[in-house]
Structures are given as C-alpha cells and as structure tokens.
Design a binder for this molecule. Structure first.
Ligand code: ADP
Length: 345
C-alpha cells in the first residue's frame, strides 16, 4: 500500500512556500515529527479528507482520492484528546462506524468488536460507558474503534501524549503489528516516539519538510538547524557564533579549536550542534572546564549541565557510576568529528 502527496499546498496562504511531496507505505511506521504549530494536524486532516488541500493530489495506491468524501476514504483517525461517544457503551463506540459507515453484517461487527477489544485488553469493559473507564482504557477504546474499521490509512495525532509508560509500550507494540496491514501515519512532537517506533521519520517545520530518514538517522544526524534544535535525541547543544580561522568562537566568547575540521567549514556566522553524548569528561587539566550546575538522570546515563567561564551552557552525558558533585569543576573534551555546523541564514 502506498500513499503519495504530490505537489500539495495545504492552505492558500501557504502558497509562497514550497509544495509538499511525500510518500508513505505500510512497510514501516511513518512518523511526522515537528514542534507544536508546525502543521502536523492540518496535514493529517488534509490526508483524511476533513479539509481540501489548496493545491495538489493525494494518491492512494495510484488512485487520486483528493475529491473522495471522508466516509469513503478508508481512513481512521485517533486524536490526542481521544474522542468517544459518551452516551454509548464501549461496544457501540466500536460498532457504530462498522454499522453506519461500512454497513457490515451483524455477525462481522460482533466478531470485529471482540477481536479488537481482546487485542487492546478492554473486553471486560464493553458494556461500560466511556466515563466509567480510565483514561488509558478510553484511549484504547478510541484505538479499537479506529482499528476495527480495518482502514487502509490509520492516522494518529499524538495519541500517546497523555499515556503512562507501560501503556505506551503496549500500544507501540501493537502499532508495529497493525502497520503491516495499513499505512500508519503518526504525528508527534517528541523524537522519542519516533525512535521507540523505529519509524521512517519526516521532520516538518513551518509546514515544510526539512528532513526525511530513519528515526536514528534524523535524530543523530540532523541536517538542518531546526531539526537539530528540535528532533535530536538527546537534545543537542546548540552554540551560536562565528567561524574565524580554525576556531569557532561562540557569541559569549567560548573558543573551540577545530583542528583539521576547521578547513571544511566556511568562515562567518554559524551555529554549532553537538550531542551531549559526544562531549566527554577529560582528565587533562589543559582541557576546557565548567562548573557543574545540575546532574540529572537521562536514560541509563546522567546528564550533566555545566556553565563555562564565558557563561556558555554545555550539556554532556556520563555514566551513572561516575560521581559528579554539583558545584565542582569538570574538564571536558568535545569530539571534533561529531560537530555539526549550520549556516546562520
Ligand atoms: P501542529 O499539529 O503541528 O501543532 P497545526 O497543524 O495545528 O500544528 O497548525 C498550527 C496552525 O498553523 C494552524 O492553526 C494553521 O492556522 C497553521 N497552519 C498549519 N498548516 C499550515 C500550512 N500548511 N500553511 C499555512 N498555515 C498552516
């Protein structure tokens, strides 16, 4: 199954920006990653048919569905603020679209409701109303309604944002399974989601595609400043400054000798990006140093925030076995091969 967005402009007032061209398939989970307000929801709404694009085509397996009404699109949508029919039982919440939209025979409805309820572990609640269920169960109910329809396109708008860790894990596993049977497009503002789903990731910023690739690639090799600021995991150190000779000098005065790498980077104003995992604790007292401001757990490591004499903030991650005291002085070394430079324009 393939979905292509061809030369798409979502809104009329977007027309000065480049149109969007994207391809999605059911071979992998697709994540659209972007900060809040970057246009993810509007893009999903356009794919679903809840709004018409200003320009461009939407091809599902080669057929243009741009003018196909929502109810005929084989699309199911799950929102962050899960929406259930409060006056109906959980059973009917799942059954209504099967009855009204797909007009399935009663036996088929019965079997699909029980199948999805079983997978999502809400079988015991089918007689309950949504408000008698917990938040997590209600979100699973919204998922169940979407999946029971066996749509070709499953659109998810940040559906895990309010869920606890275990439930997220369970739903992620389950999404991986469903992703073989339909095209899953998952909008998220959290790079961790993309990594956890091992998804093919499209980063958008200001309604434009800025980078595409596997989750690991995008989060570790951000090609644009906006991706480095937003999608890197753990969040990159971003320093603003000037490349002069073989040095990078930050606006606060922090100076870094770039060695050979200095020849490759054009002179002038730029941003430097470096992952906290590429800054190491150094033994040598000649190395630059900073004062430890915070030590916080970050995954299986500790994240250490340093302030330098030039008032620059540097974040690095170290093993939790290392004892690091707040207020102490720590020498560090930056892995020069792992620096990213972005033009300031
Ligand atoms: P997100 O889901 O990433 O938080 P939204 O899709 O809700 O972002 O978009 C935020 C606002 O930006 C919308 O209310 C809309 O007015 C505007 N917007 C979204 N997409 C576009 C676009 N393609 N062109 C112009 N404006 C847009």
């Amino acid at each position: 199954m393939e979905l292509s967005l061809n030369d798409m402009v979502v809104f009329k007032h977007q027309k000065t920006l480049a149109p969007i061209n994207l391809e999605f398939s059911n071979k992998e989970i697709n994540v659209i990653l972007g900060p809040s307000g970057s246009g993810k929801t509007q893009l999903l709404r356009t794919i679903a048919g809840l709004q018409q694009p200003y320009r461009g085509n939407i091809l599902l397996d080669g057929i243009n569905i741009k003018n196909t009404p929502v109810r005929k699109r084989s699309v199911a949508f799950v929102y962050q603020e899960f929406i259930n029919y409060s006056h109906l039982s959980a059973y009917d919440n799942i059954a209504v679209p099967l009855r009204q939209k797909l007009k399935l025979p009663q036996e088929e409805i019965e079997s699909r409701v029980h199948e999805v309820a079983d997978i999502l572990k809400i079988s015991d609640y089918l007689e309950a109303r949504p408000n008698e269920m917990s938040g997590g169960q209600q979100q699973r109910l919204a998922f169940a309604r979407a999946l029971a329809q066996k749509p070709k396109l499953l659109l998810l708008d940040d559906p895990f944002a309010n869920l606890d860790f275990q439930l997220k894990q369970h739903l992620r596993q389950f999404l991986r399974k469903s992703s073989r049977e339909c095209i899953v497009i998952y909008a998220s503002s959290n790079a961790e989601d993309s990594l956890a789903l091992s998804a093919r990731t499209t980063v958008i910023d200001q309604y434009q595609t800025v980078q595409q690739g596997h989750a690991r690639e995008v989060t570790q090799f951000p090609s644009h400043l906006s991706v480095a600021k937003f999608s890197s995991e753990p969040a990159f150190n971003i320093l603003e400054g000037q490349k002069t000779g073989k040095f990078f000098v930050s606006i606060k005065g922090f100076k870094l000798d770039l060695g050979h790498k200095g020849d490759l980077i054009p002179e002038g104003p730029c941003y430097l990006g470096i992952s906290p995992d590429r800054i190491h604790r150094a033994e040598s007292l000649d190395s630059p140093s900073g004062k430890v401001e915070f030590v916080e757990p970050s995954g299986h490591l500790n994240q250490v925030t340093l302030s330098t004499e030039e008032n620059e903030v540097i974040v690095l991650r170290v093993s939790q076995l290392e004892e690091i005291r707040v207020g102490s002085k720590l020498h560090y070394a930056i892995d020069l091969d792992s620096l990213f430079f972005y033009s300031a324009n």
